[in-house]
Write a protein that binds this ligand. Structure first.
Ligand SMILES: [Zn+2]
Length: 266
């Protein structure tokens, strides 16, 4: 489906883990083509992607640009490369950078007009891809079309994540194409909301510590009182990510408890 001139969102396969939360794969069609992320590597999603690309007769796929190396974004990359000869592009700080045909850094431009913006936080080598003239940003998991991104230490870093959101405010963006969920048509407002949301969470962590909560478990129970079991680990990761940020800023200190990380306000 063409969502902007030359920018296509490729439909997901029919597998069980597809649907609303499915990873989004985009195809940029210019003189050559580039995929932004590759989705899962299973037969169904691979076929739907390759068929879509082959629908453009004569289009040479030059790049498979991976925003970050989580399996729902990089899973299909090797097979897509095999089939098309495209180069896999990853940031040098990403743990799977060894799989890349070319590693990139912040500010690099691929010759079909895609600019790399390093946005660490969700993962160390996470990148967003910017089409300057069109004002389009492919945001991977830095900004999602629904819900909030998981920041799980040690690979996830809350301070970096918030800094990366702030960094994106410096770009002239008209539309964000996220790694999950629908396109975002009010990018400025979305970025502000996300920054605010994280800062509010941080305040809740500080308030919890002031009230005598010390462990991550106690803080999670306080901040997310109605949390379902399946989301518990994710919530723990977010709270821990805030605590690590606050510790680095000299606002809290770790008490070095063994069972469950525990902290005190300074
Ligand atoms: Zn991810």
């Amino acid at each position: 489906m063409e969502i902007a001139p030359g920018v296509h969102s490729i439909p997901a396969g029919i597998d069980a883990y597809m649907g609303f939360f499915a990873p989004k794969v985009y195809l940029v069609v210019g003189r050559e083509g580039a995929l932004i992320d590759s989705g899962y590597g299973d037969e169904g999603s691979f076929n739907s992607r390759i068929d879509y690309v082959k629908g453009f007769a004569g289009l040479r796929l030059a790049y498979i640009v991976i925003t970050h190396a989580h399996h729902d974004h990089i899973g299909g990359a090797a097979r897509l490369k095999e089939e098309t000869g495209a180069q896999i592009i990853l940031h040098s700080a990403e743990r799977a950078a060894i799989l890349a045909d070319r590693v990139v850094e912040d500010g690099d431009t691929l010759d079909i007009g895609l600019q790399v913006i390093h946005t660490p936080g969700h993962s160390p080598g996470h990148i967003c891809i910017y089409m300057k003239e069109e004002g389009i940003l492919f945001s991977g998991d830095q900004v999602l079309g629904m819900s909030t991104t998981a920041i799980r230490p040690p690979a996830g870093d809350m301070a970096q994540y918030i800094d990366s959101l702030r960094k994106l405010r410096n770009y002239d963006i008209g539309m964000i194409c996220p790694g999950h969920g629908p396109p975002i048509r009010e990018p400025k407002r979305k970025l502000e909301e996300l920054i605010q949301h994280r800062l509010e969470r941080e305040e809740q962590v500080i308030t919890g510590l002031r009230q005598g909560k010390a462990t991550v478990k106690e803080l999670v129970a306080e901040i997310y009182p109605e949390l379902g079991r399946h989301l518990y680990e994710a919530a723990k990761g977010q709270v821990l990510a805030h605590l690590i940020k606050l510790e680095r800023e000299g606002k809290v200190s770790s008490l070095g408890c063994e069972e469950d990380a525990c902290y005190t306000i300074i």
